[in-house]
Ligand binder design. Structure first.
Ligand SMILES: Cc1cc2nc3c(=O)[nH]c(=O)nc-3n(C[C@H](O)[C@H](O)[C@H](O)COP(=O)(O)OP(=O)(O)OC[C@H]3O[C@@H](n4cnc5c(N)ncnc54)[C@H](O)[C@@H]3O)c2cc1C
Ligand code: SF4
Ligand code: SF4
Length: 419
């Protein structure tokens, strides 16, 4: 049995699937799409594999993250990570705005980074061309490539796999990912000055949890896509805000079919969210505290229909993130309306409670001898104290129930059955 630290992190339900370890050591560690456990690293069972896994620990934010070097000035920062400024914004390019998950702000910022010469490339994820149920990490150098990333993909993805490639070449590359992906990128940049010098900007999307391939299959069933059909497109969001979930598939004669479509609320609520991994339930950063910029939905002012003109909530996390947003507004890549800093709490009330529950969940899981990620410098206890009594108790008792129901003491073993 391989007992290297990366395999132990996966086995103990602490891997987020970011891909940073595999990106750093591609000859010894590779990401596997496990239909239940998610996209997870498998380490070559050799001395070289174990050595690579030991070194990869330095870039893994799945097992621990450190908030001590973040500037937390007040209660808003303590709850959400640094918030230097907030805007409701959308791409001025109408096609980007339409195809974007919210208002296409992430793609507009990325396009601006390329056109303004801030970066030579942008690392992000996109649906795989040969199988859009799965995602791949890519580095795009033009608008066309970036358009492949528009719209949230409520499925497993490992953008930090690109970090190794970024380190090995000379280009300046913007990094886009979920908060856990950006946390690993931040960890890697903190320990590798040469990598940090090649990443002029990081952008995180807000994230309540990444469903597995089983969830995607349930969604395809609901969309009435025939089993084993040749799926050629799968949209979870976009084409308006929040957008409809819909697939395209080809029959054996090569004829293209459009599936049924369902609302984002139905797809997420009934088919996707229940398949989030345990690691997502003990995630203490759903809004990208380590990024330069983070982007989510302004749910405090929701769309009136299913395919309205989109708006994104854009948060500046660092000075360079704020300067970049202001430059993108001046450069007319982004249309933006400034909002008060506490708009993030109004937009994402559920995520604040989720952050608070993590302290209770971690306490409960440690009390029975299981591991929870270390969150140095993050004031989680005070968030937990702010929860109503019922939710405090629920965070502990609910975790013990889940441990029994999901048998969380069992080691996660990744089955290598996907490409
Ligand atoms: C799993 C998941 C959970 C989410 N949960 C929340 C939430 O709780 N609250 C909320 O407000 N919003 C949530 N979102 C939506 C997300 O925050 C929006 O994508 C964000 O508002 C950006 O919209 P946009 O139109 O500006 O981005 P776009 O211009 O459409 O660009 C989206 C960018 O996100 C990247 N991306 C898409 N899917 C993934 C993925 N799975 N992993 C890594 N990168 C990805 C793409 O590469 C692209 O660059 C979630 C998205 C995902 C994928
Ligand atoms: S969290 Fe990321 S770096 Fe850590 S083991 Fe998982 S894939 Fe590797
Ligand atoms: S909930 Fe947290 S750990 Fe899970 S995918 Fe989102 S950012 Fe990563």
């Amino acid at each position: 049995m391989n007992t290297d630290p990366i395999t132990a992190i996966v086995a103990g339900n602490m891997c987020t699937g970011c891909g940073a370890c595999a990106g750093a050591f591609p000859n010894a560690i590779r990401m596997i799409e496990d239909p239940v456990h998610g996209r997870r690293p498998v380490v070559e069972n050799t001395g070289a594999g174990r050595q690579a896994a030991k070194s990869a620990l330095a870039v893994c934010a799945g097992v621990s993250s450190d908030w001590s070097d973040l500037q937390l000035e007040d209660r808003i920062d303590a709850d959400w990570g640094p918030v230097l400024g907030a805007w409701e914004a959308w791409a001025s390019d109408p096609e980007i705005r339409r195809q974007g998950s919210s208002g296409g702000a992430v793609t507009a910022l990325a396009c601006h980074a390329l056109s303004a010469g801030t970066a030579d490339g942008v690392a992000h994820i996109a649906a795989r061309r040969d199988d859009p149920r799965l995602n791949e990490a890519v580095i795009s150098k033009n608008r066309e490539g970036l358009m492949r990333g528009t719209g949230s993909r409520y499925a497993q993805a490992s953008p930090a796999e690109t970090l190794g490639k970024i380190a090995r070449q000379n280009d300046q590359v913007v990094f886009i990912g979920k908060p856990c992906d950006v946390a690993s990128a931040h960890q890697a940049m903190r320990s590798q000055a040469d990598l940090a010098a090649k990443i002029p900007l990081t952008i995180a999307i807000f994230c309540a949890g990444a469903p597995n391939l089983k969830a995607t299959e349930r969604l395809l069933d609901r969309l009435e896509v025939p089993k084993n059909a040749n799926v050629v497109d799968l949209r979870y969001r976009g084409n308006g805000w929040p957008g409809m979930m819909q697939a395209m598939w080809k029959d054996p004669q090569g004829i293209l079919h459009k599936s049924k479509n369902i609302t984002y609320a139905e797809g997420w609520g009934k088919y996707l969210q229940s398949e989030r991994r345990w690691r997502c339930r003990i995630c203490s950063d759903h809004t990208g505290a380590f990024a330069d910029i983070s982007v989510g939905d302004p749910w405090h002012a929701p769309p009136s229909g299913e395919q309205d003109k989109g708006r994104s909530l854009v948060i500046a996390r660092t000075k360079r993130g704020k300067e970049f947003i202001e430059a993108a507004i001046r450069g007319k890549a982004l249309v933006a309306v400034p909002r008060p800093r506490d708009v993030i709490a109004q937009a994402q009330p559920n995520l604040k409670n989720t952050h608070g529950a993590v302290w209770g969940r971690s306490l409960a899981i440690r009390a029975v001898g299981l591991r929870a990620p270390r969150t140095l410098g993050q004031p989680l206890f005070s968030l937990w104290m702010g929860l109503p009594l019922k939710q405090k108790i629920q965070s502990v008792l609910g975790t013990w129930k889940r441990i029994l129901r999901e048998r969380l003491w069992r080691k996660v073993i990744i089955s290598d059955i996907q490409k």
